[in-house]
Design a protein. Sequence first.
Length: 255
Amino acid sequence: MRYLRYPLTILFIILTWQAAALVLGPSLLPAPAAAGLSLLREAATGEFWRHVWASLSRAVSGLMAGFILAYPLGLWLGGSKRADPNLAPFIFLTYPIPKVLFLPILLVILGLGEAPKIVLVALTCGYQILVVTRDSLRNLDPSYLLSFKAISHGLEQNKPGQVFNLARHVFIPATFPTAISALRLATGTAVAVLFMAESFATSKGLGYMIMDAWGALDLPRMFSGIVTMSLMGLMLYIIIDAVEHRVCRWPTFLH
């Protein structure tokens, strides 16, 4: 029965969409069949796949850059008694600010190319990963540290080798699963921010395609773009979830 949950959920969404289309009419909401036919027509063109590739490359690059930069910084803040008190106020004051507000500033500084869009996605997901990693390390179970000290025979923690082993055997195993989960949950926000970034000052991307179709009142094409961008976000979510289950196996054995 559990294998039918996702197909049944998809069927429910389609039926709800169809019912809403019947109530509102095709001038406001095209039926799923009309959007599906439009998507098939778009998929037969090279321009459609250029839009898909532009959005996918921006999303993947931003998510990877955000994780690569934010995770080590979160480890450093969570494990440093000096850096955390000084930098934590800045991070927590700027964390609630919607990062999409920085888009005009990024466009002025970085220009109209790929960089501002990738940086915006990296900022959006990076903040979440940074805060989650830092908090996970600050709330680390003291028994992990005591076990490590017992195994390492009480070596001083300020030695480079001791710090490396502490990070390798305690800090990273304790925080990496949570950081990957934060990255997975950030995919939806990242795709939403990317849509906003692609809505103007660009001629490539699914966000541009959606807004271009909206401006031309081509609702089936607009909804085909919306469906494609949603599927892109779902694909990224599933891939990161699979990586999490493949790489982070040790939490399973701890419960």
